[in-house]
Write a protein that binds this ligand. Structure first.
Ligand code: ADP
Length: 733
């Protein structure tokens, strides 16, 4: 019983009771047995939605009760605010909560005041790199979704971060939460932790495969679930769920498929909506349209009005949360999603349909089956405790052979073991440099010593391989002047190396940028395109893929603009490098279009991406250009002003001539353009212009115009009695 919990604030027990939690779930009770409230290390490998968060809370709050501080590491930025909101309930009994995402550089002094800090592993890593002193005062660290250590791109950061935190504070309590994986015992061994390994779930989960007119379930039973004439399997299952008063979550393998499926499934849902539901959905659709003025936004709103929605990483964050909330409120009856939704966002549903179990994989070539772990996590979203009698997760088979295959591959199969991905060079490059720059390791010996404390070392059957890769990396970093070797294997970072580590760049990105910048002749001014291409071809920028026909088109552009590129263009015969160059060119052209004030809508259509992608790319470019500016300063290259200009243009999406106007607060790309077209070209013009012209250019919006005038430093910004100049309005339109 929760009333018997020791070492936690008594108010927490009351809080749990108010949440309807009187008794611990069995895995939670096991975690208490294992000493989670007594400062012991615990690894909990428990199915999705089975109360892992409470185990973390017990660890954190008992630590705080003893006067300590806690750090909660989330796998996704989107989850940080969700977790923070959840923990803020503890503020009622004096526990303060802070969230640290955003800016990689800030050392976050203010966080030192907080009892609980929520952050992504990248953020924690950067705080360690920047020597944030309070990091050493953390007494309890929680690692949520620790199985993501297996993820090639982000896993190594989590692994290294946990190893560093544990080295900084040998008495640190580590609580690691994992989906059910086969080798949770190895993670527990690595972390010197007790293991809670459970398959218990609060609500029954039936897994199965739909084939023909029946649902075949893992308990050996079958249920009739016929498809109507011309009806797809997914639609039939969604309809069946609706008839039973439930909702469905459909996982598909691409954004485009998510959008297409939502569109079609809304046809299935619409007839069953009540007039009240329709009215509420129309309101949500209006909010969605308000977020942004794009085709995706419109398509999403159209679906939502009819009771369906799509969800993928190309959506704006506001769109995503509107969809998640409406689905949790049961207003939306079906959501089709890419797997991002399975990773942590709490959106249970009566039925989960895993429609696509293969995904296009460029590196492996062609369609590849999803991991068992990933499919199980999607399936785990089925069933809302206390709301549904049970959850049901369904795969779809087209043939009898496929029915058998899916049972073997996913329904009866165990998830893959978690394996460290640290030995991959890109990961080691970054982390070895950071480990040396932050003084964690001052020699090759110390570096190898630190690496031996990682999960990788504890899993490796060939310890010499890690040593070998580490030596390659040391050599690479030395060759690029990021580190220096002195005397007896002593290692230290150069000024450049410190800058790279502090900027959180992949050293390979930094090397590419440094080479490109050094290629600029004295007194020459690089073009925005040249700089955008330079940052677009670093490994820190995800390039846009080339579609059919793109190769020819961008090859032409590449030759036309060859003299703008910084660094030599690879020859067409170097297939892979040339292709990469063209992908970067496509990305750079998108950045340039944005900075040339092309409408967002036209950009998303031209490049076949969502508005979220345009934002994502411009944000990354802004960050990399900022890094380039600092590298240029570090190397005394006189190109910082050009880089700054290119950065500001991509930040605001404006041509050069608007730079000054857009520097005035509350003036974005659209307002700056309207003012400029009405003859107001800079701050001074704003201070002296005819007020009616300003008001006209800002479409008669008085409050906005007054704020803008005030921000431009105008003495008397009041617009009382001023009428908008219609010709300015017309000029701007
Ligand atoms: P996980 O992190 O394992 O995916 P959560 O921690 O989000 O799962 O828990 C899922 C739901 O179960 C939450 O709504 C939570 O409030 C509820 N819950 C957790 N523990 C208990 C409990 N002991 N009794 C009743 N409900 C619980």
């Amino acid at each position: 019983e929760t009333a018997e919990l020791e070492n936690v604030p008594p108010e927490f027990v009351e809080y749990l009771r108010a949440e309807g939690i009187e008794e611990l779930y069995p895995p939670q009770a096991e975690a208490v047995e294992a000493g989670v409230t007594a400062g012991e290390n615990v690894v909990a490998s428990v199915p999705t939605a089975s109360g892992k968060t409470l185990i973390a809370q017990l660890g954190m709050l008992s630590t705080i009760e003893r006067g300590g501080r806690a750090l909660y590491i989330v796998p996704l930025r989107a989850l940080a605010s969700e977790k923070k909101a959840e923990f803020e309930a503890f503020e009622d009994f004096g526990v303060s909560v802070g969230v640290s995402t955003g800016n990689y550089e800030a050392s976050g002094e203010w966080l030192a005041e907080k009892d609980i800090v929520v952050a992504t592993s990248e953020k924690v890593d950067s705080l360690v790199r920047n020597g944030a002193p309070w990091i050493e005062d953390v007494d309890c660290v929680v690692s949520d979704e620790v199985h993501l250590i297996d993820d090639a791109s982000r896993g190594p950061t989590l692994e290294v971060t946990l190893a560093k935190l544990r080295q900084l504070n040998p008495s640190l309590q580590t609580v690691a939460l994992s989906a059910t994986v086969g080798n949770a015992d190895e993670i527990a061994d690595w972390l010197d932790a007790d293991l809670v390994d459970s398959t218990w779930r609060p609500i029954d989960l039936k897994k199965g495969v739909h084939y023909g007119d029946a649902l075949h379930l893992d308990d050996g039973t079958q249920r009739e679930l016929p498809t109507r004439k011309n009806e797809k399997q997914t639609a039939a299952i969604v309809r069946d769920t609706l008839e039973d008063g439930g909702s469905s979550l459909v996982f598909v393998n691409s954004r485009r498929n998510a959008e297409a499926a939502a569109e079609r499934l809304a046809d299935t849902v619409e007839p069953s909506l009540s007039p009240e539901e329709k009215a509420e959905l129309r309101e949500i659709a209006a909010e969605i349209r308000d977020v942004s003025d794009t085709e995706t936004s419109d398509d999403l709103a159209d679906c939502v009005e009819r009771g369906g929605a799509f969800h993928h990483a190309g959506l704006a964050a506001e769109h995503r949360s509107l969809v998640e909330d409406a689905f949790r409120d049961r207003l939306l009856k079906v959501v089709s999603a890419t797997p991002t939704l399975a990773a942590g966002v709490n959106t249970p549903s009566r039925r989960v349909i895993v429609r696509d179990w293969r995904r296009y994989d460029g590196t492996a070539g062609g369609m590849q089956p999803l991991d068992v772990l990933e499919v199980h996590q999607m399936m785990g979203r089925a069933g809302r405790p206390g709301r549904d009698p049970y959850g049901e997760a369904v795969l779809l088979a087209k043939s009898h052979e496929e029915l058998d295959e899916l049972f073997d591959r996913y329904v009866y199969a165990d998830p893959e073991p978690v394996r460290s991905k640290l030995a991959a060079e890109p990961a080691l490059r970054t982390h070895v440099l950071a480990t040396i720059a932050s003084g964690f390791a001052r020699s090759r010996e110390e570096l190898l010593g630190f690496l031996s404390e990682t999960l990788h070392a504890s899993q490796a059957d060939d310890p010499e391989r890690l040593e070998q890769v580490a030596d390659n990396v040391i050599e690479y970093l030395e060759r690029n002047e990021f580190i220096e070797r002195e005397g007896e294997g002593e290692l230290s970072a150069t000024g450049l190396g410190h800058t790279v580590s502090r900027l959180y760049l992949d050293p390979m990105s930094a090397a590419e940028i440094v080479d490109g910048l050094r290629d600029i002749e004295d007194g020459e001014k690089p073009t925005a395109m040249g700089l955008y291409h330079l940052v677009a071809r670093t490994p820190d920028m995800y390039e846009l893929y080339l579609k059919s026909g793109d190769r020819e088109e961008y090859t032409e552009v590449a030759y036309e603009r060859e003299n703008e590129f910084l660094g030599a263009m690879p020859s067409e015969f170097e297939d892979v490098r040339f292709e990469d160059w063209l992908s970067a060119l496509k990305t750079a052209e998108m950045l340039e279009d944005w900075a040339e004030e092309i409408d967002e809508d036209r950009i998303t259509a031209k490049y076949g991406v969502g508005p979220g992608d345009v934002r994502g790319k411009t944000d990354t470019a802004e960050w990399l250009l900022n890094a380039a500016e600092q590298l240029a300063a570090e190397l005394d290259l006189g190109v910082s002003p050009s880089i700054r200009e290119a950065r500001k243009r991509v930040e605001d999406g404006i041509k050069e001539e608007l730079l000054e106007l857009a520097g005035v607060r509350n003036v974005g790309r659209k307002r700056a353009r309207r003012l400029f077209d009405a003859g107001i070209e800079n701050r001074a013009d704003l201070r002296e212009a005819d007020k009616s012209v300003v008001l006209g250019a800002l479409r008669g919006r008085r409050k906005t115009a007054e704020t803008v005038l005030e921000n431009a430093g105008r003495q008397d910004p009041s617009l009382e009695g001023v009428n908008a100049d219609k010709s300015a309005e017309a000029a701007a339109a």
